[in-house]
Write a protein that binds this ligand. Structure first.
Ligand code: BES
Ligand code: MN
Ligand code: ZN
Length: 471
């Protein structure tokens, strides 16, 4: 990651980045310089709008004006991202009038400066200095921004990796390698016979030449009062299986492990921030392939909790692997909160469009906390219902439940299906269907084209909040 530094010193040999609010430049000095900048900035209203001037202020410095909109976190994040994209990779920058929202600005700079690190393109290298009156005051905010951005970069890298490389073993190894850099995170990978009770994971992963596995990351810091279990769908490629997808439907299905990536990245981030919260992350990893060993429409699958599912559509694979992980969490981990993230349904994309994740929870407090965490971190979600009277859609004549009913409300029914595996011990559960925001067709605001890393930011903020509150 390119360096972002705090300084109280303004110099002339770096490009000046000058933030412009809807109401005009922020400059406090009110002098001649401010008036000249105001003239250059006339009419700049949009956060992320850029204007570049080679040498406008009778100073040696080049000037890059950037709109910050209303000057809220979202505006600063959009501005930071736009600056990273507008500047040259080797051009040192200096943000004059850097804000108290140092965290949002720095997150934007790093998120907008992301490039998929496949070794073909060098990332930005030159430093960005933020000029503030008291650098020490903002050091903690900058450090949090760096941990957040590192988590998002990791989730994006994993999501963008093509499935020719990214099979379950590869993904598990990446996560094991990242966890090994943190002394307080332990990791266990189950495969083969150890997956005996994970019938959903074995069924879904059965046709691939790359076998499935379950990654369990845990950190249990002294003094932690709450145990948060995070579960992430980790389908390294979703062909649909025998119920094969259409060509356009399959195009971006390397992203179908984005839930697992976000969950792992947030867990590692919690370690980097040394948050006093116990976290266990469960990542069921499998490739949903077509082959002679594929599970079939009409098959009955036995899950970790001993209950069975009838599956008539092998493309509804995500809920089957999540069912095992939920059952395992409830039976073995004694969680206070369970949050699962999954690129689960196309129906959620149809319901909410490209930017919103669908949030399902019975727990108003948890739903509120996640929505607030997302809002402050720059990830949006919308709460959806869990209507009891749709439960009958899950009825099966040959199994405890049907995993792929066709009556409609696809995102809702998928959530109701997952709820079945909570038993009656855990009330604080939330499900985030992130099929839509996990992928961006275009670079915009703090997102770069391709994998967005959606969820890492929200989860990290949520864990920060949990750590800050006493119970
Ligand atoms: N991975 C897909 C969902 C998806 C769609 C993710 C678009 C990202 C973008 C999931 O496994 C799937 O295929 N869901 C089916 C469920 C149906 C068969 C009940 C769907 O949405 O069509
Ligand atoms: Mn599918
Ligand atoms: Zn899928």
């Amino acid at each position: 990651m390119f360096p972002i530094r705090l300084t109280d010193h303004l110099d002339d040999d770096r490009t000046w980045v000058v933030p412009i609010a809807v109401s005009g430049p922020l400059s406090h000095d009110g002098g001649e310089l401010a008036a000249e900048i105001a003239a250059l900035a006339d009419g700049m209203e949009k956060a992320g709008e850029i204007r570049i001037f080679p040498r406008p202020l009778r100073r040696p410095a080049k000037v890059l004006l950037v709109g910050i909109g209303a000057g809220d976190d979202a505006g600063w994040r959009a501005a930071g991202a736009a600056v990273s994209r507008a500047a040259e990779d080797d051009e040192p920058l200096q943000v004059i009038d850097a804000p108290t929202e140092v965290r949002a600005l720095a997150e934007g700079l790093w998120l907008g400066g992301y490039r998929y690190r496949d070794g073909r393109e060098e990332p930005r290298s030159a430093p960005v200095d933020l000029v503030v009156t008291d650098p020490d005051e903002y050091a903690a905010g900058l450090a949090r921004a760096q941990v957040t951005a590192r988590a998002v970069w990791l989730a994006r890298d994993l999501g963008n990796t093509p499935s020719s490389l990214k099979n379950p073993d590869w993904l598990a190894e990446e996560i094991v390698g990242a966890a090994a850099k943190r002394t307080d995170v332990t990791v266990r990978v189950r495969s083969g016979a150890e997956l005996e009770r994970f019938g959903g994971l074995r069924a879904v992963g059965g046709a691939s030449v790359f076998p499935p596995c379950l990654v369990e990351l845990s950190r249990h810091p002294a003094g932690a009062t709450k145990h948060v279990v995070l579960i992430g769908k980790g389908i390294t490629f979703d062909s649909g299986g025998i119920s094969i997808k259409t060509r356009p439907g399959m195009k971006t299905m390397k992203i179908d492990m984005a839930g697992a990536a976000a969950v792992a990245a947030a867990t590692l981030g919690a370690s980097d921030l040394d948050l006093p919260v116990r976290v266990t992350a469960l990542l069921p990893l499998a490739e949903n392939a077509v082959g002679a060993d594929a599970y079939r429409p009409g098959d009955v699958i036995t899950h970790y909790d001993g209950t069975t599912s009838e599956s008539t559509n092998s493309d509804a694979e995500g809920r089957l692997v999540l069912a095992d992980a939920l059952g395992y969490a409830v039976a073995e981990l004694d969680p206070d909160v369970i949050i699962d993230l999954a690129t689960l349904t196309g129906a959620s994309v149809i319901a909410l469009g490209t930017h919103l994740a669908a949030l399902f929870s019975h727990d108003d407090e948890l739903a509120g906390a996640l929505t607030a965490a997302g809002a402050s971190a720059g990830e949006a979600m919308w709460r959806m219902p869990l209507p009891d009277d749709y439960r009958e859609y899950l009825r099966s004549e040959i199994a405890d439940r049907h995993s792929s009913p066709t009556q409609g409300a696809g995102a809702v029914v998928a959530a109701l299906y997952l709820r079945e595996f909570l038993g009656d011990k855990v009330s604080a559960w939330a499900h985030l269907d992130m099929a839509a925001p996990s992928w961006a067709d275009e670079t915009e605001l703090d997102l770069t084209r391709g994998a967005t890393g959606w969820g890492a930011r929200t989860l990290l903020r949520y864990l920060e909040t949990v750590s800050a509150s006493p119970r």
